[in-house]
Design a protein around this ligand. Sequence first.
Ligand code: NAD
Ligand code: ZN
Length: 357
Amino acid sequence: MKVNDCPPVWIGPDISEPLNNWLEQAGYTKIWILTDRNSDAFCLDQLINKVPLLAKASLITIEPGEEAKSLASCEKIWDKLTYEGADRKSLLCNLGGGVVSDLGGFAASAFMRGISFIQIPTTLLAMVDATIGGKTGINFSGIKNLIGSFQHASGVFAQTNFLASLHPHEILSGYAEMLKHSLIEGGKHWQSIREMENPTASNLDELLIASIQLKLRITNEDFKESGLREVLNLGHTTAHALESLYFEQKQPLMHGFAVAAGMAIETHLAEHLQTGLQQSEAKQIREYIYQIFPPVKFTPDQINRLIDHMQHDKKNNAGKIRFSLLASIGNARHGFEASTTEIEKALNMYLTDVSHH
Ligand SMILES: NC(=O)c1ccc[n+]([C@@H]2O[C@H](COP(=O)([O-])OP(=O)(O)OC[C@H]3O[C@@H](n4cnc5c(N)ncnc54)[C@H](O)[C@@H]3O)[C@@H](O)[C@H]2O)c1
Ligand SMILES: [Zn+2]
C-alpha cells in the first residue's frame, strides 16, 4: 500500500508492481543498484526477477557493516557512475539496510549536484527509520554521520518479504525504533505495540505501516530538524552513551538494544524531572521493555563514564546534556536539560530494575 505521496512510499510483502509502474513512468536513462554482500545474496535476485527494468541495471556492491559508510565507498560509487557514463537522468537504487541507504543517498545527492535515488530497504531499521525522512550521510574522521545531506529519495519501496532472512537480533533492534514511534504517538499505536509479545519478521506488517506513518508525519513537518524532529531522539541521548561505552570496551551492542535501555532509563529521568509522565505510564513502558529486550549491563563505577559520553555528544551546546522525554505516552517533547546528579540517579534505578530481571 502507498503511505505517502511525495515522495511516494510504498510498503507491502511484494512491492514489485508499484516499483515496475513507477520505473516505467519515470524513464531513467540508466540505472545502478547499490547493495552490500548480504542484500546482494538474499534480496537482489528476488527483486530483479520481478522488476524487469532493474535486470539490466549495473551493480555496485560494498562490504556489509558500518565501516562501509565511508568516503572511500563514496569514491567507489562515484568512480563507477563516472566510468559507466551516468548523467543527470540516471538513477541509483539503494537495496540494503541503513548503511546502504545512508551511503547511497549521500553519494547520489552529491554526484553531479544530485541525481535521483530510490530506497529499497531490506532491514527493519531501514524500513521504519533510515529510509524515511530524507537524511543521508557517511561517517568521517571517526564521527558518525558527520558528512551528509537532507535529500528526499524519489521513492521508498519497502518489501517486507525481505525481512525473512534477517537475524532475529536485527528484527529486535529495528523493533526498538518502532516502540519509540508508538510512545511518541500513543493511543492505539502504543496499545498494539504492547500486545505484541514476540516481534518476528512475519508478524509486523501492520505495525510497520503505523511506524512509517508516524515518522513521515514528524519529518514532513520538520524536514531540517529545527525542533519537532528532535522528539525522535527519545532514548537516544542515553543510547549513544551506552554505545560509546560498549565500543570502548570492544563489546558489540545493537543500536536498538541501546535505544530500548535508553528509553527505560529516560522514563526514570522524566519522573525525576517531573515532565508530567505519570508513574503508572513510566512503569508500563519499562515493564514492556524489560519483557522484550535484553538488559544492557554496566557497572555502577561506569556511570561517570556514561555521563562523560553524554557531555561529549555532538547534539549538546556548552556541556549541557539535553534529552527528548515523554510528558506522557503520546506526548514527547525535546530540549530537556538534566543535571549529572539526576542522570546518575536514573542510571542507578535502571541497574536496580535489571538486576531483578
Ligand atoms: N538516515 C537516517 O535517518 C537514519 C536513521 C537511523 C539509522 N540510520 C543509519 O542506519 C545504519 C544502520 O542500519 P541497519 O541497522 O539496517 O544496518 P546495516 O545496513 O548494517 O544492516 C545490518 C546487517 O543486516 C544485513 N542485511 C541487510 N539486509 C538483509 C537481509 N534482508 N537479510 C539478511 N541480512 C541483511 C547487512 O548486510 C548488515 O550485516 C546506521 O549507519 C545508522 O546511522 C540512518
Ligand atoms: Zn536510532
